[in-house]
Design a binder for this molecule. Structure first.
Ligand SMILES: [Cu+2]
Length: 158
C-alpha cells in the first residue's frame, strides 16, 4: 500500500470514502424513516397450506354485494388459480391474492393494477372495470424458468 503512487492512494481513499458515506446515508435513512416492505399486505398466511385455508381454499369470483365482487386468486410457479376471471362491467372488484411459493407479480394490462405477491402475505386491491373486454394479466416479477408463460385474463362482460 505504501509503495503506491500518491495519486493512486488518493483515488483509492476517495472510492472507499464515498462507499462508506453511501452506505451510512442508506442505512441511517432506512432506520430513521422506518422503511418496510410494500404496503397493502398486512395480513399473513402460511404459504405451504394456503390452499386449504379460507379464503384461498375456494378461489374465484364471489358476489359480495349488489354490484360488488371479490376475486380470490393464488399465484404459483407458473400460473394463477383461477387463470381466467369473468366479471360484469362497472362492478367494484376486490382482488385478494397471495403466492404459494416465491414472489410473483400481478399486473392487469390497461389498468393501474400492479401488485407484488409475496408468499405469506395477502395483497388486496380494488378496481372498477368501466369498459368491457379482455384484459391480460401477467407476472412481472421474474420467478423462474416458466416466468414467461405465467399469465391469465380478466373478461369484463357487458
Ligand atoms: Cu411469477
Amino acid at each position: 500500500m505504501l509503495d503506491m503512487p500518491k495519486l493512486e492512494r488518493i483515488w483509492l481513499a476517495i472510492g472507499i470514502g464515498s462507499l462508506i458515506i453511501f452506505l451510512l446515508i442508506t442505512g441511517v435513512l432506512a432506520v430513521s424513516m422506518g422503511l418496510n416492505p410494500p404496503d397493502g399486505m398486512e395480513a399473513t398466511v402460511e404459504p405451504e397450506i394456503v390452499d386449504t385455508v379460507p379464503p384461498f381454499d375456494d378461489t374465484g369470483v364471489k358476489q359480495i354485494g349488489p354490484n360488488e365482487y371479490e376475486v380470490t386468486m393464488l399465484s404459483f410457479m407458473f400460473g394463477y388459480d383461477p387463470g381466467e376471471v369473468r366479471i360484469p362491467k362497472g362492478a367494484k372488484v376486490h382482488f385478494k391474492l397471495t403466492s404459494k411459493d416465491v414472489v410473483h407479480g400481478f399486473h392487469i394490462a390497461g389498468t393501474p393494477l400492479n401488485l407484488m405477491l409475496v408468499p405469506g402475505r395477502i395483497t388486496e386491491y380494488s378496481h372498477t372495470f368501466k369498459k368491457p373486454g379482455e384484459f391480460l394479466f401477467v407476472c412481472h416479477e421474474y420467478c423462474g424458468i416458466g416466468h414467461q408463460v405465467m399469465y391469465g385474463k380478466v373478461i369484463v362482460e357487458d
